[in-house]
Design a protein around this ligand. Structure first.
Ligand SMILES: NC(=O)c1ccc[n+]([C@@H]2O[C@H](COP(=O)([O-])OP(=O)(O)OC[C@H]3O[C@@H](n4cnc5c(N)ncnc54)[C@H](OP(=O)(O)O)[C@@H]3O)[C@@H](O)[C@H]2O)c1
Length: 269
């Protein structure tokens, strides 16, 4: 039986995508298959996604060359070998979520003319609030990009970019949850240092983190405007911000994104 969509690699990213697609009714569960080498992960996915086919390997009979698309969601070191197998069973449209892997390298292991769409999602896809950037390879048409947008749109928002920007995305929104969690961790610790219990400090910090993101999204105001609204001249927030500037926190973020983007470039070589 051929499927509409085959997700190859049912780990964190592939599993989250499958759950988002089922929840969004992107296709009937019976039109979706997940190929996953780990038996334990296969069993967990089969329990969580009734009606979705979860298999250990990809075969010719699973693919209708005209309509079956695949998502490549394995670790970078397994990606090109796995893409080669996907191409060998007749898939002509591939959406990759693999960090740092260029469309050129994927095109080189797929049958000539196959459409490749490279993407960079981030972990909030696990709760349907991811942000993904996509870019198409040499043979990807507008239809292929629309298809990729609709797949990733099931688990968040999608931005289309030229591939030359993908390493920057890989250094910015890809790891950004980790950057922000580090900020949250540090602020919880700061509350503890000032005498709060860890539980109270965590409640204050995480609640403020969620509320601030919601306010930014709902108000339509820029981060600069919202920040200046809580910074009265000579007040407490101004004293705190002055210290952050003195410790070059802004410059540290510029350097962090530059370093992560450079690492993505290195991985892609
Ligand atoms: N997690 C993120 O935040 C994130 C963000 C953006 C992009 N990505 C990208 O998403 C990709 C997957 O990351 P992940 O975090 O989801 O990794 P993961 O949890 O390790 O998932 C990959 C899964 O694929 C399985 N697998 C390996 N080779 C396979 C094959 N040939 N056929 C079928 N299944 C196979 C692995 O099984 P075994 O354990 O048995 O090897 C594993 O369960 C990576 O390339 C990463 O760059 C991840």
């Amino acid at each position: 039986m051929a499927f509409d969509l085959i997700i190859v690699g049912g780990g964190r990213m592939g599993g989250a995508l499958a759950k988002g697609l089922v929840k969004a009714n992107w296709c009937a569960p019976s039109a979706l298959a997940i190929i996953e080498t780990s038996q334990q992960t296969r069993e967990a996915l089969a329990l969580e996604l009734p009606g979705v086919t979860v298999l250990a390997s990809l075969e010719l009979e699973h693919v209708d060359t005209e309509r079956t698309g695949a998502v490549l969601a394995v670790k970078p070191d397994q990606a090109e070998g796995t893409a080669r197998l996907i191409g060998a069973v007749g898939v002509r449209r591939l959406l990759s979520v693999v960090a740092g892997l260029s469309t050129k390298r994927l095109e080189a292991v797929l049958p000539s003319g196959a459409a490749v769409i490279r993407s960079m999602p981030n972990t909030p896809v696990l709760v349907g609030k991811g942000v993904s950037a996509i870019s198409g390879g040499d043979f990807a048409t507008k239809d292929d990009l629309d298809w990729a947008s609709s797949v990733l749109g099931a688990v968040g928002t999608v931005v289309r970019l030229s591939e030359k920007h993908m390493d920057t995305v890989t250094g910015l929104s890809g790891p950004m949850p980790a950057y922000l969690y580090m900020v949250v961790e540090a602020l919880v610790e700061a509350g503890v240092h000032q005498g709060l219990t860890r539980e109270v400090s965590r409640e204050l910090v995480i609640g403020t983190f969620e509320g601030s993101a919601a306010l930014l999204a709902a108000s339509g105001e820029t981060p600069e405007e919202l920040r200046s609204q809580v910074t009265s001249p000579g007040g407490t927030t101004a004293a705190g911000l002055r210290m952050l500037e003195a410790r070059a926190v802004r410059a540290a973020f510029l350097e962090a994104v530059a370093a992560a983007s450079e690492r993505s470039r290195q991985l892609g070589r």
